[in-house]
Design a protein around this ligand. Structure first.
Ligand code: HEM
Length: 251
């Protein structure tokens, strides 16, 4: 009897990276949805003392899994692009003209959104949540409340709601890369510059809004979509349709 451990061949390694990528991805995005759809509305109904306890014991733990799952998703995703799927072949990112193909343009769109979300996690959400957690712990220990904590919480909230908005289109393109856009009759040989110009503008406007560069961090017309999670879900789903229509029109 021969024990063939094919999981350590290139095909197997690509598959393992894919499995780990999706496993980490569901942990990350699952927690993102928990924060947005469950925790934020629930915390709003708690009094300050109970909220500080919950931030200290619950949110801090959820944020630990959240940010490390985001890093693992990102790293396994990049690995996936470089490990050949067929032994002896090339990793998809190093295949000639890959990023000009429908699959390449779709995965690049998914990655643009996924990497932006990853940077929002570490650069905005976690950076500001550290201030919120430190404040909660300090107050619980009898210290003075930090006057900057509320503003920090607001910045984290905007980025978190924007990540919810991005998440739907991100997954649409990420899964569609291998399972939809390659199968259709899309022709990405020309017009990619137009596609990337439109995609770039949509992406930039949304990201600059959540960073407060457009419209500040207060409640105003540009931040309308961030004011509750149902709006963020609605805008996220509309963005999938918008992006898909742009794709169809251009390609
Ligand atoms: C953070 C940045 C990310 C990068 C750089 C990245 C990269 C990739 C790459 C290169 C692929 C392979 C595409 C193909 O085979 O055509 C892929 C597939 C996939 N990714 Fe991501 N990804 C990221 C985020 C995410 C997130 C947050 C999720 C959420 C669950 C996710 C879920 C998936 C799924 C489900 C697939 C398809 C697997 C398959 O159909 O075989 N990715 N990703």
């Amino acid at each position: 009897m021969r024990l063939a451990i094919e999981i350590f061949d290139n095909d197997g390694l690509n598959f393992l990276a894919r499995w780990a990528h999706v496993l980490a991805g569901i942990a990350w995005i699952g927690l993102l949805y928990y924060f947005n759809f469950v925790q934020v509305p629930a915390f709003a109904e708690l009094d300050a003392g109970a909220r500080n306890q919950a931030v200290d014991k619950l949110a801090s733990r959820a944020l630990w899994w959240f940010r490390w799952a985001a890093l693992a998703t990102f790293l396994f995703g990049i690995m996936l692009g470089f490990i050949p799927e067929v032994s002896g072949g090339k990793g998809m990112f190093v295949e000639e003209n890959y990023f000009k193909s429908p699959q390449g343009v779709a995965i690049a769109t998914g990655m643009l959104l996924g990497i932006t979300m990853f940077l929002n996690v570490w650069g905005v959400i976690w950076r500001n949540q550290k201030v919120v957690i430190a404040n909660a712990r300090n107050v619980l220990a009898g210290g003075e409340a930090d006057p900057n904590a509320a503003a920090a919480g607001r910045k984290a909230l905007l980025a978190s709601r924007q990540n919810t908005i991005f998440s739907f289109a991100m997954l649409f393109f990420m899964i569609g890369a291998a399972h939809f856009f390659t199968l259709g009759t899309f022709d990405t040989a020309d017009n990619r510059a137009i596609y990337w110009a439109i995609t770039g503008i949509i992406w930039l406007v949304l990201e600059l809004s959540c960073l407060g560069v457009i419209g500040g961090t207060g409640q105003n017309i540009t931040n309308w979509m961030y004011e509750d999670h149902k709006r963020a879900i609605g805008v996220g789903l509309v963005m999938v349709v918008v992006w898909y229509v742009v794709w169809e029109l251009v390609f």
